[in-house]
Design a protein around this ligand. Structure first.
Ligand code: NAD
Length: 508
């Protein structure tokens, strides 16, 4: 198990990473970035331990993962303090980051053995009945998980723990912006729980991530679309499979018949939870003209109740570059004619904290409507009708998720089906992430592959192995050599019986 200290001893070339609290800029800790050689050595050790881990079976592995879950819960307060310090999150947002993956983990602990049990598919045709068919799920030996800074814990554990349950070893590189809490969990796996050496968390940035891609048999990445493309290019060299959970620009469509109070409250939470740094946050809002002003009034009333700061509703942005990006989107929109209805700038004396911001008079010539902002901003656009809203919602290279708000459920579902997005919430936001039985993944440039989704959430970390066994074992099969006239005729008649329909079954 490579923990921060081991890596510090092994690495010589890479610059140490300074982790700061974005709210006040104070240094919390430094982490030595793992070199490519560190990653290779760690991968080698994990590969040695993985066959024993796989041999334990889901039921043998489950107690270790359950012990990690319990350790996290037993050290909740300390982990939350560290997480808040390195990310600038409010306490409630940090709690979501810490606790939300555990529900999915519990599901896989309970159902994993069933999901990975050998399958015995029914033969599809009469001739196939002469074979015994089975599919077994064999884990990729080493999964590389590369995670982002917005939910450092949630988006590390949500993938790493199912991969461990599936029988893989996991090397995890958390974002250099906020690696400390995840490193602490990696340390606990070996040092506190004395668990097998099949899970390692390595500090580092892009170069470390690249080495993880090179070392792994399967890459699970969550982060920006730009990095996702770089990872896919790199993984193509070795045909290593990748699963990419990328950026988004989620649209919210508010129909004239929506419950405006609920829609406004949903827009504000959906846009400003975790200071808007959520891949599936409400990034842009389209409102049917008849209720636009009433909706905006309700949103403004709601936003005015928000408190910023670690104990309030809206925390700091996770880094200085992120705060600069949000400033840039707001400034560009204002320059192009948007109106700042509230907020619009950083909160004085609070580091990267950005005031909850509502913009109106926006359009698709503005970056705040077309590029991922990832801040506590709600740009609201008036549209003639739902058709225009659907057209604009789909006018994006992204397709992560979206939401539709209407009292007419049938209409809500119909609009949802017209949206080019991997998930749509009707009269709700973000909540699809909590549905372990649903696949979570983006369309278009928001991703490739999905996470969770019931059995798929474990099987994706495995290679399906198909085993075909002969039930009848004559000296030779009729399809084998030699191709005598009599055997060919028999085979042709049998095949015809299978593939033809009606009178064509009878050979001419
Ligand atoms: P990022 O792409 O900058 O970095 C993500 C991770 O990749 C980090 O750990 C980083 O060290 C590593 N990395 C950087 N360059 C690399 C390279 N060349 N090869 C391998 N690894 C490399 O993303 P971020 O800024 O940390 O995260 C924010 C982004 O993540 C947003 O776009 C957000 O929408 C997206 N996101 C998506 C989901 C989802 O499930 N779809 C969830 C959360 C965040």
């Amino acid at each position: 198990m490579a923990i921060a200290g081991d890596v510090a001893a092994a690495a010589t070339a890479a610059e140490p990473i300074t982790v700061r609290c974005p709210r006040d800029g104070r240094v919390i800790d430094t982490v030595t970035a793992s070199t490519a050689e560190d990653v290779r050595c760690t991968a080698d050790r994990l590969r040695v331990a993985q066959p024993g881990w796989e041999a334990l079976g889901v039921r043998g592995r489950a107690p270790y993962v359950a012990a990690l879950r319990d350790w996290i819960l037993d050290h909740e307060a300390r982990l939350l303090d560290l997480l808040q310090a390195e990310t600038g999150k409010t306490r409630p947002d940090a709690v979501v980051d810490l606790l939300s993956p555990l529900d999915a983990v519990n599901h896989y602990l309970s159902h994993g053995a069933g999901y990975l049990a050998e399958q015995r598919p029914r033969p599809h045709a009469l001739a196939a009945r002469t074979k015994r068919l089975s599919v077994s799920y064999r884990p990729y030996p080493l999964v590389g998980v590369i995670s982002p800074w917005n939910f450092p814990l949630g988006l590390s554990l949500l993938d790493a723990l199912p991969a461990l349950i599936a029988g893989c070893a996991v090397v995890l590189e958390p974002s250099e912006v906020s690696p400390l809490t995840v490193l602490e969990i990696g340390r606990a796996w070996r040092q506190e729980l004395n668990a097998p050496e099949v899970f390692a968390v390595l500090g580092g940035a892009g170069a470390t991530g690249e080495a993880v891609v090179d070392a792994a048999d399967y890459v699970q990445f969550t982060g920006s679309t730009r990095t996702g493309k770089a990872i896919m290019r790199r993984a193509a060299q070795t045909l290593t499979p990748v699963s990419l959970e990328l950026g988004g620009k989620d649209a919210m469509i508010v129909c004239a018949d929506a419950d405006l109070d609920r829609a406004a409250a949903g827009a504000v939470w959906g846009g400003m939870f975790n200071a808007g740094q959520v891949c599936v946050s409400v990034e842009r809002v389209y409102v049917e003209a008849g209720v636009h002003d009433a909706f905006v009034d309700r949103v403004l009333a709601e936003v005015r109740t928000l408190r910023v700061g670690p104990d309030g509703e809206v925390g700091a942005l996770a880094s200085e570059p992120q705060a600069a990006l949000v400033e840039q989107h707001v400034a560009q929109a204002v320059g192009a004619g948007a109106v700042v209805r509230c907020g619009g700038a950083r909160v004085a004396g609070a580091g990267t904290t950005f005031a909850p911001t509502v913009l109106t008079g926006v359009n698709h010539a503005m970056s705040c409507m077309t590029e991922e902002t990832f801040g506590p901003t709600l740009p609201i656009m008036r549209v003639a009708d739902a058709d225009e809203a659907v057209r604009l919602a789909n006018d994006s290279p992204y397709g992560l998720s979206a939401s539709v708000w209407t009292r007419d459920r049938e209409r809500g579902r119909a609009i949802a089906r017209r949206l080019e997005a991997g998930a749509v919430n009707v009269n709700d936001v973000i909540v699809n992430l909590n549905q372990v039985s649903l696949p979570m993944g983006g369309w278009k440039q928001s991703g490739l592959g999905t996470r969770l989704g019931g059995a798929h959430g474990l099987r994706k970390f495995c290679r399906a192995q198909a085993i075909t066994e002969a039930r009848l074992v004559p000296a030779r099969e009729p399809t084998w050599f030699p191709y005598t006239r009599g055997r060919q005729s028999l085979v042709r008649r049998l095949v015809r019986l299978t593939v033809a329909r009606g009178r064509r079954r009878l050979s001419p």
